[in-house]
Every structure is written in structure tokens, then in C-alpha cells.
Design a protein around this ligand. Structure first.
Ligand SMILES: Cc1ncc(COP(=O)(O)O)c(C=O)c1O
Length: 373
């Protein structure tokens, strides 16, 4: 199977370890196991010593009851048998697309998005139709364009909501229209929801599975739970055919998730309110820092992000985004992600959910660079 290189992952593989100011990171300030255990009211030393006696069997093949219950609790009315644990959201997206998409299908994907959503179906031989999100439209889907992109062979519309890299979140009225368009042609909606869960206004952020019977939600512990090292993700759907197809595929590529990952993810999920409280204040504070910097800095502009952990910042310099980002890491130790990783130019993705000090210092380094060039 031929597949294109995954631009954003390649970029991170090559440069992440050189970063002094890592604003390429998209997770909310990752937690230590100690922090997780303390926040959950457990004694870290006692807990970890007791863990030494855990027999490392495969464990629960379909996920422990605690894990499934914890994941189901992130949705309005999902049963535990509608949850499939996977190796991160990356495993979930891969499983959904490879289980459902045939070479004769077409599929609509928003752009920019996480590259799995268009490069995997393309590698299968399916036709991928891109729905471009633009800053002029606040990076929200243009419904008229979407209507014209779908037809009776459209198997799936795939979105990333909240969107990486732009930080947009599709309002309910627009989502309702997207669902009508999908329903008309009988298409699934795959919604990559790794950044869903912490809303600016504290309200519940509806998942696609709360809204559409042919909706498929993908998420994980990586971003809003600050636990990417667990490599724990999931697929949730109310569609029996989707669940069956993904489980059949899972037997071939997963067997089960790691039992330690399952255990720590279950602890985090049963303490989600405390983790969200911690992370909400990081997001709010850091969004303010970024916004102030954009407003005060000559030669940059953006669409203010409303959700997620990233923003696309446009710069007024005639330098390709890849070259700019290579110079930033080499000359200033500052890691951004080039717009070109998302097929965009004249902009960089800034991950702003790391610690505030790194964010401030990193942005100052960029100001310095802009003045020098
Ligand atoms: C939109 C999106 N989906 C999926 C993933 C993969 O996440 P995970 O670490 O859960 O595999 C990422 C990681 O950056 C992402 O941004």
C-alpha cells in the first residue's frame, strides 16, 4: 500500500527534540503519573508499589468495565458496548477508515485537518474531495460547497471538531446542516474529537454521536486529558454496522490496548472534572497570552481560536512557512509547525497549551525574529 508521508508527524519527529520553546506541542501541559495519582486522591508510592504485583496478562480484550464506563460518560447517552478502545486516536481514525472505506467510495474531508483523514482513504484508492476551510469563513465549513461535494457514492464526511490547526468549533446550527447533507446521501460523519471536552463557556460540547445515528466519534487521552503517553484512544458510535466492522478490523491490528494504559486512563476518566478544571485554567490563561501577543505584534494576525489547543498565525513576510520554521528552530530554539504541513502557506501553527512561561518566551523569540528579518 502506497501512502504519502505524514507531514506534521515527520516535522515533529525531525525537530521536536531540538526545541527549547516547544510550541509545536498540541497536548495540554502533560501530567506526570504522580500528578495524576495525587489529583485522584491516591498515594503515588503506595499505588506504584502495589502495581509491581500486577500480572501482565492481556487483560480485558475489549477494555475494562471502568474504562468503558469512563469513556461512555463523556457522551450524552452512550452504552459501554458502543465504545471501542484503540491505540490512541491515531489508531481509532485508522481503524474507522480502513474498516469502512472501499476503493469505489468517495469521501469528503475538511482541510486543514489531521492528515490521516485524507491520506489514508487516498491510499485505499478512494476519491477524496476536499472541503477547504478559510480564515475568511472563520475556518468553518461552507455548507453550499459541501452540498456540491457530496453525491450518492459519498461514504463518509470527515471533520475534526474542534479543528487542528485552526482552533475553530462548529456551532450547533451549522452542524445540524452538515448532518442533513450527510443524511441525504446516507453518509457517515467521522468526527475526530480529540480536542473536544473543555469549552470556553463551560458548556457541554456535543459530540457527533449525540446528534447523528451514523456519527462516529474518535477521541483519546492525549490532548485534553494531558496523558498522551498512555496511547489510549477510542471509537464511539451508535451504528451497529460501524461497531461490527471496526471490531472485525481490531482483531487483526490491535487485539487489546495495554492493561496499564487501561488502568491509568480509567483513573483519569473517573477524575475527569478535576483534570478539566486544571486544564481549563491553563487554556484560558494561555489563550489570553497568545491573543495579547497577536494584538501587540506588528506583522502577524489570526482568527482567534475558540476551542482546542492550537491557532494558525499568519505572518507578513515573504518566507515559505517550512523555511521560516526551520530557521526559527535553528536560530532561536523555537518550534512552531509550518502551515505547509496542512497545505497552507504564509502561516504557522502555534500550540499554546504548554506551560505559560514557555509560551511567553517562545512568542518573544518570534517577535525578535520578525524584527531582525
Ligand atoms: C486531530 C488529531 N487527531 C488525532 C491525533 C492523534 O492523537 P493520539 O495521540 O490520541 O493518537 C492528533 C494528534 O496530534 C490530532 O491532532
Amino acid at each position: 500500500m502506497k501512502i504519502k508521508t505524514f507531514k506534521v508527524e515527520q516535522w515533529m519527529n525531525e525537530f521536536e527534540n531540538d526545541a527549547v520553546y516547544n510550541l509545536g506541542e498540541t497536548c495540554i501541559d502533560s501530567m506526570t503519573l504522580r500528578e495524576l495519582l495525587e489529583l485522584s486522591g491516591k498515594n503515588p508510592e503506595g499505588f506504584l508499589v502495589a502495581l509491581a504485583d500486577k500480572r501482565m496478562t492481556y487483560g480485558y480484550i475489549e477494555g475494562s468495565p471502568e474504562l468503558l464506563k469512563g469513556i461512555a460518560s463523556l457522551y450524552e447517552d452512550v452504552r459501554i458496548d458502543q465504545v471501542i478502545p484503540t491505540h490512541g486516536a491515531i489508531g481509532a481514525n485508522h481503524q474507522v477508515i480502513t474498516a469502512l472505506i472501499e476503493p469505489t467510495d468517495n469521501m469528503v474531508s475538511v482541510m486543514p485537518t489531521y492528515q490521516q483523514h485524507y491520506s489514508i482513504p487516498e491510499s485505499i484508492g478512494a476519491e477524496v474531495r476536499l472541503l477547504q476551510l478559510t480564515p475568511e469563513n472563520s475556518f468553518l465549513p461552507d455548507l453550499e460547497v459541501l452540498r456540491n461535494l457530496v453525491d450518492e457514492h459519498t461514504k463518509m464526511i470527515t471533520i475534526n471538531n474542534p479543528n487542528n490547526p485552526s482552533g475553530s468549533w462548529i456551532p450547533l446550527e451549522i452542524m445540524g446542516e452538515i448532518i442533513k447533507i450527510a443524511e441525504n446521501v446516507g453518509a457517515y460523519i467521522l468526527s475526530d474529537e480529540v480536542y473536544r471536552g473543555i469549552a470556553e463557556d463551560d458548556c457541554y460540547m456535543p459530540s457527533i454521536v449525540d446528534l447523528y445515528d451514523k456519527g462516529i466519534s474518535v477521541s483519546s487521552m492525549s490532548k485534553i486529558f494531558s496523558l498522551a503517553g498512555l496511547r489510549m484512544g477510542w471509537i464511539v458510535s451508535k451504528d451497529a454496522g460501524v461497531l461490527q466492522a471496526c471490531r472485525t478490523r481490531r482483531d487483526y491490528d490491535t487485539i487489546c490496548c495495554g492493561s496499564l494504559d487501561d488502568l491509568f486512563a480509567s483513573i483519569a476518566l473517573s477524575n475527569k472534572d478535576k483534570i478539566f478544571e486544571r486544564n481549563k485554567s491553563i487554556l484560558k490563561h494561555n489563550r489570553e497570552i497568545l491573543d495579547k501577543w497577536v494584538n501587540e505584534t506588528k506583522g502577524v494576525h489570526y482568527v482567534k481560536p475558540v476551542a482546542g489547543t492550537t491557532a494558525l498565525v499568519y505572518y507578513d513576510k515573504n518566507i515559505p512557512s517550512y523555511d521560516l520554521c526551520v530557521r526559527l528552530i535553528k536560530e532561536k530554539g523555537l518550534l512552531f509547525t509550518p502551515g505547509s504541513c496542512f497545505e497552507l502557506e504564509g502561516c504557522v501553527r502555534i500550540g499554546y497549551a504548554f506551560d505559560s512561561k514557555t509560551l511567553k518566551e517562545g512568542l518573544d523569540k518570534f517577535t525578535e525574529f520578525l524584527k531582525e528579518n
